[in-house]
Design a protein around this ligand. Structure first.
Ligand code: ADP
Ligand code: MG
Length: 590
């Protein structure tokens, strides 16, 4: 590599090996990329200003290394970076950036004004670039560090503007991106102003706990258990909440791999396994976890926005996380032994192995191909070909089926004169609940049942903002609630079949800004549908509740009366049928 710190164009070959992709989806993606650049440049102090939630303008000023004036044109060129020089570097990355793509993609869809001065230089330089064209580069007097102002966002691509949500929601997304980056950096001072108001201020903090207290509720900071496990190739550290603190969604789970914030289903699954015996079903802990791996064991070059990574040894990572969390929750170090290079989990054997198998096979299905996904993994099985989805127009009645018994924790087996039927109990209940709640909402009388004792619950600022936005719609779904000072709301009614005491979990789930809830939908109709799905899913019996034969009979009768009784509201089939001719074929009798 030539002079460190200077920007070079990557060779075409290397550029081609990089998982390139559109990085600019919304203002929050701009904020994330720019803040990452500031951190890569060693900044200890950053100021961010958002206009209209970042939709109208984003300004970010840092006290980092600055950019050499001669490098300014390269800074806004695709695949020019000061961070890597050759392919092998891709596996040793410790910086956020490495594709040299972000500034170029941002400049292509906006107006960028950048001024910068390197440490000790006598003067700085300024660059103006609009819709990918450099309009000006000049010498300029400016403080050390870099200041970037991005405006006219998506002006050249109006179609993209149409996808932006309300300013409040975009601002929330920007703040989340900033939180993810700022949380682990206790020495970073950061100030965020949004539309003239202080939205976030983080001073230097003594430790991570203090950071967490500033960013989340103090209740959480007080209920954190330290997590720490190491083995020769990997280490995990951080905090997990005590079992008496839980959330109904996973939004307080922050995982960092080699310093990079990621959302990873494998890690979430491992956390769920570790917490299985201490939390109620569908409750999540809060957790801030840092996983450090030898860089060669993780590929960060798989996702355009770098939100996902690929582990070379997912099984070992899974073991490490479960072991670490289990022993943190136990309050004392759990007996572990280093076997080969990774720890051996000493927990509940069979259950753990089956959870592990499930997580790892899902992992390979969701991340096929790539540089080191092993397709020969014995646990990786292609999804089995399904039996043909049965149609009900043959006049099949669920209640005519002959119940044979449960299969595993989720399925019910039936025989009919035509063959074998496997019913997914949870999916069936979801469909029934969905139709029940929908019907009761459609009735003229109030859908909700008044609670004898109104329930007061406190929401996070984000949840509260979303609550205000959707208060009216929630009322049409039978959830009557009103602001109750601060970020608290008082819930006065809940729809059938929700019981008092379930208001908090239900509201949190509905107000979580996830794709699973409906609030990302723009049409009120679709939003209502999504809200109903979330409610149905909560109301349905958990798959593993064992039903008595009477309850099975009741479920079948209800299914017969339920419209669209062949799929659950998520669109998954409720049952599979294997006809006798099909079975004969499978047994090679025909
Ligand atoms: P990458 O971060 O992947 O290298 P970017 O397009 O984000 O690519 O940035 C291109 C280059 O511009 C970086 O490699 C870095 O040298 C320089 N740069 C960008 N922002 C800053 C900043 N705030 N301070 C110093 N250098 C910066
Ligand atoms: Mg970058």
């Amino acid at each position: 590599m030539s002079e460190p710190g200077r920007i070079k164009a990557l060779s075409q070959e290397l550029a081609g090996q990089i998982a390139a992709g559109e990085v600019v989806e919304r203002p929050a993606s701009i904020v994330k990329e720019l803040l990452e650049n500031s951190l890569d440049a060693g900044a200890s102090e950053v100021a961010i200003t958002l206009a209209k939630g970042g939709c109208e303008g984003i300004r970010i000023t840092d006290n980092g290394s600055g950019i050499h004036p001669e490098d300014l044109p390269l800074a806004v060129t695709s695949f020019a970076t000061s961070k890597i020089g050759e392919f092998s570097d891709l596996y040793q990355i410790r910086t956020f950036g490495f594709r040299g793509e972000a500034l170029a993609s941002i400049a292509a869809i906006s107006r960028v004004e950048l001024s910068t001065r390197t440490k000790g230089a006598l003067s700085g330089a300024r660059l103006v670039c609009e819709a990918g064209k450099i309009l000006e580069i000049s010498a300029a007097g400016c403080p050390e560090g870099t200041s970037i102002h991005v405006s006219k966002i998506f002006e050249a691509v109006p179609a993209r503007r149409a996808f932006l949500k309300t300013a409040a929601r975009e601002r929330q997304a920007c703040l989340e991106a900033i939180t993810q980056l700022a949380l682990p950096r206790k020495n970073l001072r950061i100030r965020v102003k949004a539309d003239g108001r202080d939205a976030l201020y983080l001073p230097e903090t003594a430790d991570l706990r203090e950071r967490i207290a500033l960013l989340f509720d103090p209740e959480l900071a007080g209920s954190l258990l330290p997590v720490l496990e190491t083995c020769p190739e990997a280490a995990i550290s951080g905090f997990v909440s005590r079992p008496d603190y839980s959330r109904s969604n996973n939004r307080q789970i922050f995982c960092y791999v080699n310093g990079r914030f990621i959302r990873d289903p494998l890690l979430n699954h491992a956390l769920a396994t570790a917490c299985e015996h201490v939390l109620a079903p569908r409750q999540y802990p809060a957790a801030i976890l840092f996983i450090e791996l030898t860089p060669g064991l993780v590929d960060v070059n798989v996702h355009p926005a770098k939100r996902e990574v690929r582990f070379r040894q997912p099984r070992e990572i899974y073991r490490l996380v479960v072991t670490a969390i289990t022993s943190a929750l136990a309050g004392a170090p759990l007996k572990t032994e280093a076997s080969g290079r990774f720890l051996t989990y000493r927990g509940s054997g069979e259950r753990f192995e089956s959870r592990l198998r499930e997580a790892v096979s899902r992992y390979y299905i969701s991340r096929p191909g790539g540089n080191f996904a092993s397709r020969t993994d014995p646990l990786f099985t292609e999804p089995v070909e399904k039996g043909e989805g049965p149609s009900r127009d043959g006049g099949m009645k669920f209640s005519d089926l002959n119940y044979l018994g449960p299969l595993g924790e989720t399925y019910l087996l039936f025989s009919s004169p035509g063959g074998l039927i496997i019913l997914d109990q949870h999916a069936a209940h979801e469909r029934v609940m969905f139709e029940t709640i929908k019907r009761s909402c459609g009735e003229a009388s109030s859908a909700g049942q008044r609670l004898l004792m109104p329930e007061i619950i406190s929401l996070s600022p984000g949840e509260y903002a979303r609550f205000l936005e959707f208060q009216g719609e929630l009322a049409t779904l039978g959830i009557e609630a009103e602001p109750f000072g601060g970020d608290a709301v008082v819930v006065k009614s809940l729809p059938f079949p929700f019981q008092p005491g379930e208001a908090r979990g239900l509201l949190e789930e509905l107000m979580a800004d996830g794709l699973e809830a409906g609030i990302t939908e723009s049409s009120a109709q679709r939003r209502k549908e999504k809200f109903l799905i979330v409610m149905a899913c909560r109301a349905a019996v958990m798959a593993k509740d064992l039903l008595s034969p009477e309850e099975v009979k009741g479920l079948l009768e209800t299914l017969d009366e339920t419209p669209s009784g062949t799929t659950c509201p998520h669109g998954r089939p409720i049952y599979l049928a294997f006809g006798l001719p099909e079975l004969e074929k499978m047994f090679k009798r025909r």
